[in-house]
Design a protein around this ligand. Structure first.
Ligand code: 2P0
Length: 317
């Protein structure tokens, strides 16, 4: 039996991925840029099992749902195709993200699975090809192959992968908002945005512009420009989503209160900028030297966790 274990961390996008030009290959309508975190890893062990006639998937100590197992099997089918193998596998995964933090993400999950499965099936892939492979499981997983700041290129199957970029050093404060709000999955909401949001064509061109400006700001290590682009781009994404038919709204009143509080902190000299994904939680970027002040200022808005840039996905054993 051949076994490999890999670990990957989630990432938070500063320029968002929202919409696909190819749903099968998971090619995005535009590029994106993210920070891989140093917290909430997923650790996954893939063990080939020559005697099994189906893949098995356990998550956090329990057998996963048929849906989740089906998604893992479809991903492993892609790995088996590359490896010329028909051997089934047992996949055992643990995710350290707290329930409801919005960080139990498919990004760390498929980045860890791609890395462990490639090793267990004997594929010799470099980081770029592992990023392309992880992309087939979940778009944002392509970015969790890369440590720290990562740009994920739009393009075709060969050219759509993530790679590292240099940028200003920063920290991120994740504020988990206590809410019972039920989310529409990112995948479904992206599709609805492309089909029904009248702002979607403008979203594509504006994301291309935001990414170009973000790459310039990163190269210049200009935290202020990085932050301004991050916050305005996030609000544009939520505007596109809210304009769907039927509408989808991920931001809760508590989320908006954090955006307002962060803007007020900026006016007082604590320079920080907010972003939010497909849920009500808010991630706030800040310079390292002001991170502890930001943590203190955001107490009371939700549960607060300070994180920094983390490692790309890697094989542990
Ligand atoms: C992002 N999100 O850039 C954006 C911002 C959520 C909001 O990538 O369909 O789970 O598996 O490719 O990667 C979430 O989308 O979607 C996401 P699929 P994924 O982080």
């Amino acid at each position: 039996m051949t076994t490999a274990t890999a670990r990957a961390f989630p990432n938070i996008a500063l320029v968002k991925y929202w919409g696909k030009q190819d749903e099968d290959l998971i090619l995005p309508v535009a590029g994106s840029l993210s920070l891989t975190l140093d917290a909430f890893p997923t650790t996954t062990t893939v063990s080939l099992d020559g005697a099994a006639d189906a893949d098995a998937f356990a998550l956090n100590g329990a057998a996963a749902s048929a849906d989740a197992t089906g998604r893992v099997t479809r991903f492993l089918d892609r790995v088996r195709e590359l490896a010329g193998s028909e051997t089934r596998a047992s996949v055992v995964s643990t995710n350290e993200a707290p329930t409801g933090a919005g960080l139990a993400s498919s990004a760390s999950g498929f980045a860890a699975l791609a890395t462990a499965a490639a090793s267990a099936y004997g594929l010799d892939l470099d980081r770029r090809d592992l990023s392309r492979l992880a992309r087939r499981g979940s778009g944002s997983a392509s970015r969790s192959l890369v440590p720290g700041l990562a740009v994920w290129h739009a393009g075709d199957d060969a050219t759509s992968y993530a790679e590292a970029v240099t940028g200003p050093d920063m920290r991120m404060v994740i504020v988990t908002v206590d809410t019972a709000q039920k989310a529409v999955s990112s995948r479904a909401a992206m599709r609805r945005s492309a089909l029904t949001s009248p702002f979607f064509p403008a979203w594509i061109s504006s994301t291309e512009e935001s990414l170009a400006a973000m790459l310039e700001a990163c190269a210049a290590e200009d935290f202020t420009r990085v932050g301004r682009i991050t916050e305005s781009h996030a609000l544009r994404m939520h505007a596109v989503i809210q304009a769907c038919d039927p509408p989808i709204r991920y931001l809760a009143p508590a989320s908006i209160a954090i955006f307002d509080a962060v803007a007020a902190l900026r006016d007082m000299g604590l320079e920080a900028y907010s972003t939010a994904d497909a849920g009500p939680n808010v991630a706030v970027i800040v310079r390292p030297e002001q991170a502890e002040d930001l943590v203190a200022a955001l107490q009371g808005f939700g549960s607060v966790r300070l994180v920094g840039p983390g490692a790309g996905a890697e094989v542990l054993a």
